[in-house]
Design a protein around this ligand. Sequence first.
Ligand SMILES: CCCCC/C=C\C/C=C\C/C=C\C/C=C\C/C=C\CCCCC(=O)SCCNC(=O)CCNC(=O)[C@H](O)C(C)(C)COP(=O)(O)OP(=O)(O)OC[C@H]1O[C@@H](n2cnc3c(N)ncnc32)[C@H](O)[C@@H]1OP(=O)(O)O
Ligand SMILES: Cc1cc2nc3c(=O)[nH]c(=O)nc-3n(C[C@H](O)[C@H](O)[C@H](O)COP(=O)(O)OP(=O)(O)OC[C@H]3O[C@@H](n4cnc5c(N)ncnc54)[C@H](O)[C@@H]3O)c2cc1C
Length: 672
Amino acid sequence: MSTDKMSVKVNVDLQKERQKCNFNIQEVTFIFDGGKEQTLQRKKIEDIALNSGASIDSIPEECLGLKERYDNAVRKSCIYSRIVKNEILEITGLEALGNPVLRRTADAFFKEISPFMLHLGMFVPTIIGQCTEEQQAKWLPRALEMQIIGAYAQTELGHGTFIRGLETTATYDPETEEFVLHSPTLTSYKWWAGGLGNTANHCIVVAQLYTKGQCHGTHPFIVPIRDMETHEPFPGVKVGDVGVRMGFNTADNGFLSFNHYRIPRENMMMKNAKVLKDGTYVKVARHEKLTYGTMVFVRVTLVKEAAINLAKAATIAVRYSAVRRQSQPKPDAPEPQIIDYPTQQHKLFICIATAHALQITGDWLWRTFKDVLADMRGGNTDSLPELHALSSCLKAISTSDSAAYIEQCRFACGGHGYMLSSNLPLIYSFVTATRTYEGDYTVLLLQTARFLVKAWEQVEAGKSVTPTVSYLTLAATKEKVLWNDFAEGIIRSFQAVAARKISACAETIKRHMKTGICYEDAWQLTTVRLVSAAESHCRSVICQTYWNEITRLTASCSTNVKIVMEQLATLYLIYWALERSGDLLRYSTISEKDLNRLQERYEELLALIRPNAVGLVDAFDFRDEILRSTLGAYDGRVYERLMEEALKSPLNDGPVQASFHKYIKPLTKGKL
Ligand SMILES: CCCCC/C=C\C/C=C\C/C=C\C/C=C\C/C=C\CCCCC(=O)SCCNC(=O)CCNC(=O)[C@H](O)C(C)(C)COP(=O)(O)OP(=O)(O)OC[C@H]1O[C@@H](n2cnc3c(N)ncnc32)[C@H](O)[C@@H]1OP(=O)(O)O
Ligand SMILES: Cc1cc2nc3c(=O)[nH]c(=O)nc-3n(C[C@H](O)[C@H](O)[C@H](O)COP(=O)(O)OP(=O)(O)OC[C@H]3O[C@@H](n4cnc5c(N)ncnc54)[C@H](O)[C@@H]3O)c2cc1C
């Protein structure tokens, strides 16, 4: 427990909740963080970054005007980046790029997003992933020292998903040994890049590479866009802000265009392909899609990003639900805490369980990513398609589930959840964007579906497949899978559902083709089912990973920790079995009686988890500075904080606003 938690006066209901908790909270914190060392490291980093108070705003961020908000975010980004550079990276090394501790700590500084986020989140990783060693030696130290600040400009006004359709050109001129960057149309303007509008002085630009009259497709280039002294855009560069957004308003998302703008040949990022001085194009990489590597990396990190944000929202909503009392279900009895309503438990406990499921799956995916990276360093790219399929569907489902459940947490807080000071609307506006950026939900599930259909064709041909799809053999028989309600049985049934959906998609594509249409059209006609099949596959991966890993991770834990972690994981499996009962009825032998029994077990689990609910969210161990919520603070002084925060509003700076004299008074006096 940190000192701030020990010294404060805590709401009586929350105190009672904490007394009820029957498990060792710290052990669960270690599980969520990925181990005791990780917890200790995170706390050390949080202490370094937050104990100075540099993150605190005197006026709430949301009460500032757009320009002041941006200015304040840049000011704090400079402070935070100094801490990151001088102290945090010393502790974590570049592993910090894949570790949510930086983002989690950054939340204390920025209610929205730092305009430097993409510098560390994409600019630096792309230098690492796409530059030769020589190029890295030139750019990486400057980027890490914050001597240059970068953005990642791939998306254009006309194209985001379809990267091959990007229009910006980079044409090689052997005379001067330069690339000429050009934006031929309005739709070719770069659009959306975080940090680009006013902050960055360099930018990674993804453009169609032309040399010797031939187009070689999209490649990344490092492009200086502003003068390092004056920060003026260079001649030939047009750059600005894309306008007000639903969230991300301090992230400085920008547009960018080029008018025959020249950069040295060496600024092409040449790890995967090169252009020689004479203009000869040389392919280095063994796999066509290695230039998409930064996207795979960010998709992998987004799974844990989804988990952390959901854990924050759940912490706010559960603590608030323990403090809030409403209605009178029994005559003459006191108003219950709203967390005692089973419907409230149904809204909230799945959020706690999902945060664990995604965090554990995110850890597993990160380890898989590192293994594939190691294989690729040895020249073996065989496991890349599986990693792409996994990272695509897990990014899609984790961000989509997290956004939906964060909104559910907001609903669970009634009217006060609608206050920006609850922080729930801001968390939601951030997370709902993650469903779109770095690959839209549907588009990514269809990428996974491509892999699954191919894997199914291999199974049909009697060939072996990779471990994450080995369950496809379950579809080889048309028999329904035998239902049983042990965890392993539920997981097996989810796999059978996915397998049968995938095989049905493959059959549907073939059936369409028999009518004479081409494969691409047959694929399009099947996409609604393909998305559903990929979603089922992804859910079975999450369920299996969550169950296997939680069993492994709790093996040496105390009994009550084992029990509560198993209750949560079982709740997660049963919740999804009930949600997908239609699929189970179709593809397994589950009966109405089995479903009724599952429903009963689900409700029993809600009651069993209830006394530990506050302990479970305390175990996520968010400092108040990171939660930034009037409803979710550790002490539960909800009403006092709502009032204190309301009084900070500029609209409370006096009893009468100027608008009364300017407009209302003339109106009421009939003079307007
Ligand atoms: C120093 C101090 C600083 C202080 C900072 C303060 C705070 C910061 C704190 C912390 C920061 C840390 C972390 C931050 C974390 C994250 C960053 C946050 C925000 C990010 C913002 C968002 C940025 C973006 O959105 S960038 C743009 C992303 N764009 C996309 O994702 C586009 C989506 N489209 C695609 O990916 C592809 O085009 C496609 C849809 C997949 C299709 O591609 P296409 O070329 O058309 O290919 P095709 O469909 O024909 O398939 C061919 C073949 O290739 C396979 N394939 C496709 N993609 C891949 C791939 N990536 N890898 C491997 N294989 C791939 C595909 O499956 C096909 O295979 P096959 O033929 O079927 O076998
Ligand atoms: C907050 C935010 C920050 C961003 N930051 C960056 C950044 O830093 N750098 C950067 O380069 N980009 C950035 N982006 C852009 C982002 O990557 C794209 O918006 C995203 O990849 C989706 O592409 P799109 O906007 O072209 O959507 P579209 O592709 O136009 O999608 C619109 C709809 O069409 C559907 N659709 C599209 N193609 C298909 C298909 N083949 N099959 C079926 N349905 C399809 C989609 O499912 C969706 O429903 C950011 C976006 C946001 C919102």
